[in-house]
Design a protein around this ligand. Structure first.
Ligand code: GLY
Ligand code: MN
Ligand code: MN
Length: 431
């Protein structure tokens, strides 16, 4: 049987030599009084373990090749209140660790495991509280120096190794991303179907959530943006409490999180089911830019290729609409286009919606490789201004898909959410 988490632990183990790696899951966070935010494991931790209980710490020992988990013990009294815990024995069996121990044994076992290892890897500087615990464990090793115990002489940032691994998605991650993309697309379709002038933005958010949760994706990958009319020109609009008017475009940027993996889709559609002339003009430009960006996502292409391709189309469009004057090269060179398009064309996506991974390597832009996943999400946001024809005031359009780089091109795995004008109008007519 393919065990993705164990395979990832082995790949990481081969990079830490005879060192030891320590990785805690995320801390729990209080929301108010005695209520917590829903617990979300740390993404690196989830990637290596699949284990979703709070407080756990993973230790990889490069000398013995063992994966060791420290986790909560079973506790029948607490489980009556908070639900099932695997406990160390259950965790070892279900998740395939070589050993697992209760949290209460960390203070003794971790210093012993750090003794005489050459290098310690952990997410250095990421969480002060964990840094202090690591310091404490190292102190316990140093305290035994007279007895011949040696603490590690070298320290490394574990995140750097994991960020690099997570840029290339494995088979099981791709399957989950496709599923998250499919559920997210179904949420957008439901919102388009439900939209009517006079509704509130939050009623469309409810449609998204109904589909996400109803299909087993209990959380949004980020706060949904449901922005009617000029609200679409606020990039991270999340108030979602305005009334939708006849003649408004509605921009929805929303995606579910499925077993840790994010979807991230934006669609923009007319509340009344018919694009007006100016809305159509702006929309066609953004769609052409999105398609040009997607076409540029190719194995071997530079990371910057989609941004360049989309910007050419957007800049030409801004000139055609009379939003800007001059030439494509001129408005790109001067940065004048930023009045209407002020964000990047996309980002890696995976366990985090804005996923890990350095876009430059040794000072050079990286190129796409099969297994990378990126969003492509150009937009035009036309706030009222003296230099802007009134017909375009308050129009905001973004179109966003999630794209997997394949061996011979790409796969848009969020394509089930319609995005041509004809498809959107047909869906909204109930066809
Ligand atoms: N939804 C966040 C983004 O598109 O980057
Ligand atoms: Mn988005
Ligand atoms: Mn995005």
């Amino acid at each position: 049987m393919y065990q993705p988490h164990a395979a990832r632990r082995s790949r990481l183990m081969s990079q830490i030599g005879d060192g030891v790696a320590l990785l805690p899951t995320a801390p729990e966070a209080v929301r108010n009084a005695d209520c917590h935010y829903p617990f979300r494991p740390d993404s690196h931790f989830l990637y290596l373990t699949g284990f979703a209980e709070p407080e756990a710490v993973l230790l990889l020992d490069g000398r013995s090749g063992q994966s060791i988990l420290f986790c909560r013990e079973r506790n029948p009294d607490m489980e009556i209140w908070d639900g099932f815990r695997h406990g160390p024995d259950g965790a070892r069996e279900v998740f395939g660790f070589d050993a697992a121990f209760p949290l209460s044994e960390m203070a003794e076992r971790i210093p012993a495991l750090l003794t005489d290892c050459s290098q310690l890897w952990w997410p250095l500087g990421h969480d002060e509280a964990f840094d202090r615990r690591v310091n404490g464990w190292l102190g316990a090793v140093r305290a035994k120096a007279r007895a011949g115990a040696r603490p590690p002489a070298h320290y490394g940032d574990l995140r750097a190794l994991l960020d690099e691994m997570r840029m290339i998605k494995d088979e099981s991650e791709i399957a989950l991303l496709r599923q998250a993309g499919e559920i997210s697309a179904a949420g957008h379709v439901a919102a388009m179907r439900a939209a009517r002038p006079g509704m509130h933005e939050y009623q469309l958010e409810a449609e998204l959530l109904r589909v996400f949760v109803g299909r087993g994706a209990r959380h949004q990958a980020y706060e949904s943006i449901v922005a009617a009319g000029a609200n679409a020109c606020t990039l991270h609009y999340v108030a979602n409490d305005a009334r939708i008017r006849d003649g408004d475009l509605v921009l929805i940027d929303a995606g579910c999180e499925l077993r840790g993996y994010a979807g991230d889709i934006t669609r923009t559609f007319p509340a009344n089911g018919r694009f007006s002339g100016p809305q159509r003009d702006v929309y066609e430009i953004v769609l052409a830019a999105e398609l040009a960006g997607i076409a540029a996502v190719q194995p071997g292409a530079l990371w910057t290729a989609p941004a360049d391709a989309a910007l050419q189309v957007l800049a030409q469009g801004m000139l055609d609409l009379g939003l800007l004057q001059g030439s494509v090269d001129g408005v790109i060179e001067s940065g004048a286009y930023r009045q209407f398009y002020m964000h990047g064309v996309g980002h890696m996506i995976g366990l985090d919606v804005h996923d890990v991974g350095q876009r430059k390597q040794h000072g050079q832009w990286r190129s796409y490789q099969p297994g990378m996943c990126t969003t492509i999400e150009p937009g035009l946001y036309i706030r009222p201004a003296d230099n802007v024809p009134a017909a375009f005031h308050g129009i905001g359009v973004r179109i966003e898909d999630d794209v997997l780089v394949t061996a011979d091109g790409n796969e848009v795995y969020t394509a089930a959410a319609p995005k041509t004008i004809d498809e959107i109008e047909a869906l909204m007519r109930g066809e």
